[in-house]
Design a binder for this molecule. Structure first.
Ligand SMILES: [Zn+2]
Length: 193
């Protein structure tokens, strides 16, 4: 009989050895903070400086926190240490967002050099000699068509804009080792492979 069982006379029949795992399993623990290598589920609305809605998520999105996802660093910094249920509003200046507006990226092209179905608002990717042929090219937006010419704007649509993200955090969970290794989220809202 092991010594820790105490009185042999009284407890010999009832003494049981608890396994060396926590007796209470945490089912719904304290809220988890957003940290590097947590998987964050959130929705957001994106506004410009005039309060015009530029984009909103159709439903919750998930990303792997900690510089893996292409999420703006300024946005990740604002979300850091927040928890499910928190609302986070963050202002992003152009230098922390999509850059300043560059007039050099606006090109004029003859309309007959472009596909016949071209119309204002259409976007397409163009590779220039400066781009790596395997890399992504510049995305141009058609901003005007007149007098046989097409105005192509290679600036990101949000370049030069001060943006405000209003985020609602829905869930925070630890990433699996595999997710950290791959640098992206698996399962719901993530990669399936
Ligand atoms: Zn993966």
């Amino acid at each position: 009989m092991p010594a820790e069982c105490g009185s042999r006379a009284l407890h010999v029949a009832t003494c049981v050895h608890l396994p060396r795992v926590p007796f209470f399993r945490v089912v719904h623990g304290p809220q988890m903070n957003i940290l590097a290598n947590t998987v964050v589920t959130l929705t957001f609305e994106l506004y410009d400086a005039d309060g015009m809605l530029l984009e909103s998520t159709d439903g919750p999105i998930t990303y792997l926190h900690g510089g893996h996802s292409g999420m703006l660093p300024k946005l990740e910094a604002a979300l850091n240490l927040k928890q499910a249920g928190d609302a986070v509003s963050v202002d992003v200046e152009p230098e922390d967002g999509f850059g300043d507006y560059d007039p050099e990226l606006v090109k004029l092209e003859a309309v007959d050099r472009l596909p016949p179905e071209i119309e204002v608002g259409m976007q397409f990717e163009a590779h220039t000699s400066a781009d790596d042929e395997h890399g992504s090219g510049t995305v141009f937006t058609v901003t005007d068509i007149a007098d046989g010419k097409v105005v192509l704007d290679g600036n990101h649509p949000w370049a030069g804009k001060r943006l405000r993200f209003d985020c609602q955090i829905i869930d925070v969970r630890p990433a699996t080792a595999e997710e950290v290794g791959h640098g992206h989220v698996h399962g719901a809202g993530g990669h399936h492979h």
